[in-house]
Design a protein. Structure first.
Ligand SMILES: Cc1cc2nc3c(=O)[nH]c(=O)nc-3n(C[C@H](O)[C@H](O)[C@H](O)COP(=O)(O)OP(=O)(O)OC[C@H]3O[C@@H](n4cnc5c(N)ncnc54)[C@H](O)[C@@H]3O)c2cc1C
Length: 383
């Protein structure tokens, strides 16, 4: 035993985590150990933003207005000047392992090279990323956040997910960077950016009030949806070989870096659900396995949003047209060319419709000679 006098931790909001934390708290208290949890993860506790009748929200704009009424998020506390860690080496009863001893990193095969190349881990990585975003990209955020070929979003999602940086720190640092005191500023870049942090809050609000968010349609009428089981089409989607350039570029970016641009996440998810007619839960689960920012609230809420089965969701009949989305948000084709070497020689005018390209574009990967695939057929024939 280490004879701890007190145990403190940050709160978690999934049903299973809440149950574990509650059990731990009860057990510690029974042993007369002080046990306290804190909000280190969110701007607002999910239960602190309420409708006029004390209920929970289903519409983002109303949720965000009510959050504003609660007031500005609290300032983050300063880091303690000194932390003393328990040194297990002097204990007969308890031994400590170093992180490396857990052998969490993949070795054979080592599939994490792309992740290492793209992400600097931990708190230090988060601080570098935040500084870079505030200095170079926040000023262009509203105009360019939807362009996957540009680096103008923060890429803070994995750090927020794993608590390497807090949402409160990001909130106040972004306000300070634009010399703004609060979220009612009139600065459109800041407002847009902070409202994305708001979507994260809303997702956690939904998860807290709907613990089965990742597995059950928020709107039960979607339970009757006749989804298609099509392993071949699902594999084409997973491997970025559907024949739809913007979808394939996104799925290959995901596989190689563990991240995908938000606009392309929406298009790729819509393609799986509304073109292939494959259950959104299969997509949610693939993203959960492959994203470095895989988040129990954001991932589930976003998949339900795209499916139309969620809260404040895109209407079920809204389909992101992958060709038009590509042409609109990646007009020069830079993003597609970055991830699909087969389309390297294609001009911007044809890159999102490779079948209509001039003959001189081969449509083959210059290294492997493999041809870019023909478009995968839709889940049902149109009538
Ligand atoms: C199908 C689908 C699945 C998604 N899965 C996840 C996931 O597992 N984890 C995850 O963090 N985000 C997820 N998102 C939301 C969004 O795509 C990412 O948060 C965003 O792309 C992260 O990049 P960024 O840090 O540069 O975002 P920025 O644009 O810089 O936004 C700042 C932060 O706000 C939050 N945020 C931004 N957009 C959203 C959003 N739409 N919903 C909720 N929070 C948002 C994120 O924490 C993000 O880091 C998903 C979106 C879709 C459409």
């Amino acid at each position: 035993m280490i004879n701890a006098a007190a145990v403190f931790w940050n709160r978690r909001y999934g049903a299973a985590e809440r149950a574990i934390d509650e059990t731990v708290k009860t057990a510690l208290k029974a042993q007369k150990v002080e046990a306290r949890s804190f909000n280190g993860h969110l701007l607002y506790e999910p239960w602190s933003v309420k409708t006029k009748t004390g209920g929970s929200f289903r519409v983002f704009s109303a949720f965000w207005r009510a959050a504003h009424q609660v007031g500005d998020p609290e300032l983050p506390l300063r880091a303690p000047s000194r932390l003393e860690f328990f040194d297990g080496s002097h204990s007969d009863e308890l031994s400590c392992l170093a992180l490396a001893d857990l052998r969490l990193e993949p070795s054979s095969p080592d599939w994490a090279g792309g992740l290492r190349a793209n992400w600097k881990r931990g708190e230090a990585g988060a601080e570098v990323q935040l500084e870079k975003f505030l200095n170079e990209h926040l000023g262009k955020y509203a105009d360019f956040r939807d362009c996957p070929g540009r680096p103008d979003t923060s890429r803070l999602s994995p750090y927020l997910r794993f608590g390497n940086i807090s949402a409160r720190e990001v909130w106040h640092a972004s306000a300070a960077a634009t010399n703004a005191a609060s979220h009612r500023t009139g600065n459109r870049n800041l407002e847009k950016f902070q409202s994305e942090l708001g979507w994260r809050e809303f997702s956690y609000h939904l998860l807290y009030h709907n613990p089965a968010l990742a597995s059950q349609n928020l709107q039960p009428r979607f339970d009757a949806m006749p989804w298609k089981e099509d392993p071949k089409a699902f594999r084409a989607w997973q491997t970025g070989t559907t024949g739809y350039p913007i979808v394939d570029a996104g799925m290959r970016e995901l596989w190689n870096t563990g991240w995908m641009h938000n606009r392309v996440r929406m298009v790729a998810a819509s393609f799986l659900i509304k073109h292939l007619l494959i259950d959104w839960r299969h997509g949610e689960s693939w993203f959960w396995d492959t994203l470095v920012d895989a988040d129990p609230a954001n991932n589930a809420a976003s998949w339900q949003w795209v499916a139309g089965s969620g809260a404040d969701a895109a209407p079920y009949f809204r389909i992101f047209n992958p060709t038009l989305q590509g042409q609109k948000f990646d007009p020069g084709g830079d993003y597609v060319r970055r991830w699909i070497p087969e389309l390297d020689e294609f001009p911007a005018s044809a890159i999102h419709r490779p079948r209509q390209a001039p003959d001189k574009a081969s449509g083959r990967n210059p290294k492997t000679g493999v041809a870019y695939p023909a478009p995968v057929p839709p889940g049902v024939k149109s009538v």
